[in-house]
Design a protein around this ligand. Structure first.
Ligand code: NDP
Length: 379
């Protein structure tokens, strides 16, 4: 078979919404993957009957048993995950894995020449320069799924050769908009997981609350659109209707607006360059008011830390990401306070030895070192 879609991280928030899109379009994904949720993956495989599915090694027997009476091929482990991303026949690979675990599958897809629909922003945060270089060299499109980057991508269509003055990434401000540092001291995982406008997986929801997510998005945008981070600005926009904007050198600003619904960005990446009917509710403009303001980068200082990491280059963004992944996990497990999370991530980024021109192995080692620093500091 040629074409089709591979969904990496099918059991997650983006993965399931991608399957909503495929279901509505009457399309069958070619491969589905998950990490530990064998029951969830088995249920999706029974519904969609893909050619194959992949899970973590320790869940292989459970999944194999659950799918024993189906024709779906079951495999497991990191090599099988990369093989799914490198599936022959030029599928679009939707990478909806959370965390640095998405990096090797992205590289596998790019090196095979498979188009990547990228939700896994950590890929670009930790190794963006190299991933974008390889994508260019192999002629592989990286189509953004993140709503802000999809918005910028849509605004840039038809503007080839026109110079961009700045990108304006919007941010909802999360559940703690307007709070002081003192007020943040009492934040619990349950409070951090209550996002006002988006339903997402736990890790990105916590990242949105700390604004680390927006910091990662600055880095992601700089890589995707080939701009210095200074040209990527952040605006708090509580309504989550304008998903981002592009200002051109003549002063014109283009924006992409819609109801906050990831299915629009996912579908656009899967059907690009076509636009197709979607289940996303239309936007009503009567009575709609839109507000924009600058973020509080003193309280939410990880936003500044992300800019600093991007400017430092080398392995600094990988150190920031590894530290953040470990700190968010520790916070969600009740082992780390909310304000300690901020402080520990910043300290870890500065503590991990700097490598100016990191290899892939250096990036993976940086990730291990940053996690070790955080886990040593909080457990
Ligand atoms: P979820 O936690 O909901 O889902 C993550 C998926 O990845 C699950 O299928 C999970 O499997 C799988 N997974 C987790 N760890 C690994 C691993 N080490 N190797 C392979 N697979 C793994 O995350 P989200 O869907 O919220 O986010 C996915 C990505 O998309 C993130 O990078 C996020 O930043 C980005 N994103 C998400 C948005 C959203 O609306 N959710 C919006 C924009 C970007 P299992 O279920 O078995 O654990």
């Amino acid at each position: 078979m040629t074409g089709g879609v591979v969904v990496l991280g099918a059991t997650g928030s983006v993965g399931r919404q991608a399957l909503d899109v495929l279901r509505a379009r009457g399309e069958r994904p070619r491969v589905l993957t998950a990490h530990r949720d064998a029951a969830g993956l088995a249920a999706l495989c029974r519904e969609f009957l893909p050619e194959a599915c992949v899970i973590a090694d320790e869940k292989y027997n459970e999944l194999k048993l659950l799918l024993a009476d189906t024709p779906v091929r079951v495999s497991a482990g990191p090599d099988a995950l990369c093989a799914a991303a490198a599936l022959p026949g030029r599928p679009v690979v939707l990478n909806a894995i959370v965390g640095i675990g998405g990096l090797l599958p992205t590289l596998a897809a790019v090196r095979t020449g498979n188009t990547v629909a990228l939700a896994n922003k950590e890929t670009l945060v930790v190794y963006g320069t190299q991933v974008m270089r390889e994508a260019r060299e192999n002629g592989v499109p990286i189509l953004p799924v993140d709503s802000e980057h999809s918005a910028v991508f849509q605004c840039l269509r038809g503007e080839d050769g026109n110079r961009v003055r700045r990108l304006l990434l919007t941010a909802s401000g999360g559940p703690f908009y307007g709070k002081t540092r003192d007020e943040l001291r009492a934040v619990t995982p349950a409070l951090a997981l209550a996002h006002p406008s988006w339903r997402m997986g736990p890790k990105i929801t916590v990242d949105s609350s700390t604004m680390m997510n927006k910091g990662f998005e600055i880095i992601e945008a700089a890589h995707l659109f080939g701009l210095p981070q200074e040209k990527v600005e952040v605006l708090i926009h509580r309504e989550s209707v304008v998903h981002s904007m592009v200002e051109f050198e003549d002063g014109a600003v283009k924006a992409q607006l819609s109801k906050p619904d990831m299915r629009l960005c996912i579908q656009y990446a899967l059907t690009y360059p076509s636009r197709c009917p979607s289940p996303v509710e239309p936007l009503s403009f009567t009575g709609l008011t839109l507000g924009f303001e600058a973020p509080d980068t003193d309280t939410f200082f990880l936003l500044k830390k992300a800019r600093e990491a991007f400017d430092r280059g080398g392995n600094a963004c990988a150190a920031l990401n590894g530290a953040n992944e470990a700190a968010v996990a520790a916070f969600l497990a009740g082992k780390l306070g909310y304000l300690e999370l901020f402080a520990l991530v910043a300290r870890a980024m500065d503590a991990v030895p700097y490598v100016a021109a990191p290899s892939l192995e250096d990036i993976l080692e940086t990730d291990r070192a940053a996690r070790a620093f955080v886990n040593g500091g909080c457990c």
